[in-house]
Ligand binder design. Structure first.
Ligand SMILES: [Zn+2]
Length: 258
């Protein structure tokens, strides 16, 4: 079945020759099942379903690279309201934790989030969350092409006084959580829908030891996976990584030749 978006007002397209994305105007976008067959200009091939794109910005191939479906519908704007001025307006280390999603809310929150992104035109996303029962099946039922991205870390953070951040390092350096993440990714890749895959998500640069990150990169090379991490998420994190390693989180990578 071929679907055509006719005369899209704007298209974000990939220019193979230039090696970069470009904006196109007033063009057609055609796709057949999961494959794009035409982007920009006039499409004169067979079409089973034609839609008017004249008021739309079409982004063929867009993948929402970062989604916390299990929690964000419940935060919605709340975290932005409770930033801590003593920690450069980040609410990550104290206030956000007050609104953490409990076990009963994870499933409904995820369903709301996935419905919202589908309604917005997203067909593929990377879903970051700690492993929970039913995650893979829920993603499978959604119809999305989903990258399950189980989060794990070597440590957790807290602020004892609202001005400083302390790290509680796990005895196993996060290995058990990494093993659970790997098992969940393998479960996703084996899902009957064929639309699911996964990638490890070491949570942030400051919560993961250099050794854990190096092991994750080695695992990804071995399995052909990508991985996903928060880097430079807060001023505090940038300062902490500069203190530990003398560089910013964006350039801090163990085994850089990987
Ligand atoms: Zn995030």
């Amino acid at each position: 079945m071929t679907t055509v978006m006719r005369n899209a007002a704007w298209i974000a397209a990939w220019d193979e020759g230039a090696g970069r994305h470009v904006y196109l105007q007033n063009g057609d976008v055609a796709f057949e099942c999961a494959s794009l067959v035409h982007v920009g200009g006039r499409y004169d091939g067979p079409a089973d379903d034609e839609r008017d794109g004249s008021s739309l910005f079409v982004m063929p191939g867009l993948i929402d690279l970062h989604c916390h479906s299990s929690s964000q519908p419940l935060y919605k704007g709340l975290c932005e309201e409770v930033g801590n001025p003593e920690l450069w307006w980040s609410g990550l280390y104290d206030n956000k934790l007050v609104f953490d999603t409990d076990a009963d809310a994870i499933g409904p929150s995820t369903e709301v989030a996935l419905a919202e992104v589908l309604k917005s035109g997203v067909t593929t996303l990377v879903d970051l969350c700690g492993v929970y029962d039913g995650w893979v099946d829920l993603m499978g039922r959604s119809g999305l092409r989903g990258y399950i991205a189980p989060m794990f870390s070597s440590a957790s953070w807290h602020t004892p006084d609202g001005r400083n951040v302390s790290y509680d390092w796990a005895d196993d350096d996060g290995r058990a959580a990494l093993d659970e993440a790997v098992a969940t990714i393998e479960q996703a890749e084996a899902h009957e829908s064929g639309r699911l895959s996964g990638m490890p998500a070491p949570s942030t640069t400051d919560l993961c030891s250099e050794r854990l990150l190096g092991d994750v990169m080695g695992l990804c090379q071995q399995c052909g996976w990508r991985f996903h991490i928060h880097a430079s998420e807060s001023v505090h994190e940038v300062q902490e990584i500069r203190r530990r390693h003398g560089v910013t989180p964006s350039v801090f990578w163990p085994n850089r030749d990987c």
